[in-house]
Design a protein around this ligand. Structure first.
Ligand code: SF4
Length: 303
């Protein structure tokens, strides 16, 4: 690989699409907020518990999936300033997370999917993969799990914990999934997976509902899987990343407020900084301090 000028994650491509100025604040200036929405550590804790179980199960080991969730979520609450929505207390989220992770093994078994093992017999779970888009521009991503189905097709199910399930339309369009396919079909990755093509991509979703005696609590939905992307879809993503790299190289980060009905500004962590130069509530990165941005970006990738 040539000298790397820009390494971009799938979540970075999405952020740039959303608003180039917000991308600059997050990925170039590495500014983060003092408080973190509880959705991020919750999703990370569920995700880490499920992927740890997948690694253990596929290598003949056992782990306590509930302990991994509880310890991960508690650690995040102990070490970060976390904001909660009005309708959810920490104990609600502990119950919800435990219900989700303890039902994950059965849901995974019911899906009929099995973890793909690489040529060295290692599970394809949480493996950091890279592909060079053009000299100096690298896409870097970490699919949760690469699996095979009953027909021995290669399947990439992204594990998520949304409040509502996605649909096939979004699964057929999601650029995060396109990115994973692009990464897995890179010759350097094919060399250790032994699989040249991805056949199916989609979502494996645990729906965040409160644990309740009467209503439907948290559940894992059957995976939403669609056919892999066409060559033309893959080429479109490569062109898009190259255009984004050209803007980043030129230092072009325009604001993208769009229309009132679909503006990203109302949900933007940087709205005060962007509109008024207000730095309150933000933590700036310096060359010798870690402001936790790497951890935050990894968590955003996982959601
Ligand atoms: S406030 Fe709006 S224009 Fe400014 S960075 Fe955020 S999303 Fe972009």
């Amino acid at each position: 690989m040539s000298n790397v000028f820009m390494k971009v994650r799938p979540s970075g491509v999405l952020k740039y699409d959303d608003c180039p100025r917000a991308y600059k604040y997050q990925y170039v200036d590495r500014i983060r907020t003092e408080t973190t929405s509880v959705n991020l550590p919750f999703g990370t804790a569920v995700h880490d518990a499920c992927t740890s179980w997948l690694i253990a199960d596929s290598t003949g080991k056992t782990v306590s999936i509930a302990d991994i969730f509880r310890e991960g979520f508690q650690k995040a609450l102990d070490t970060k300033i976390v904001s909660f929505p009005q309708d959810k207390l920490p104990e609600d989220l502990f119950k919800m997370g435990e219900a989700l992770v303890t039902s994950f093994p059965a849901a995974w078994t019911d899906s009929g999917l099995k973890v793909l093992m690489d040529k060295d017999g290692m599970p394809m779970v949480e493996r950091r993969l890279e592909t060079e888009i053009r000299p100096g521009v690298v896409l870097s991503g970490q699919p949760d799990v690469v699996a095979v189905d009953a027909q021995d097709r290669v399947v990439v199910p992204d594990i998520k914990t949304p409040a509502q399930s996605s649909d096939e339309v979004f699964a057929a369009a999601s650029e995060q999934l396109t990115s994973y396919q692009l990464l897995l079909e890179d010759p350097s990755v094919v060399a250790f997976t032994g699989r040249k093509k991805v056949d199916r991509v989609g979502f494996f979703e645990g729906i965040k509902r409160k644990v309740s005696r009467t209503g439907k609590g948290p559940t894992w939905e059957p995976p939403i899987l669609v056919d892999a992307r066409s060559d033309s879809d893959i080429d479109d993503l490569k062109w898009k990343i190259q255009a984004m790299a050209a803007d980043v190289e030129a230092g072009v980060f325009p604001k993208r407020p769009r229309m009132a009905f679909n503006s990203p500004c109302t949900m933007c962590d940087y709205v005060g900084l962007c509109h008024r130069g207000d730095k309150s509530g933000l933590i700036f990165s310096t060359s010798d301090t870690d402001n936790g941005m790497d951890e935050l970006m990894a968590a955003a990738d996982a959601l």
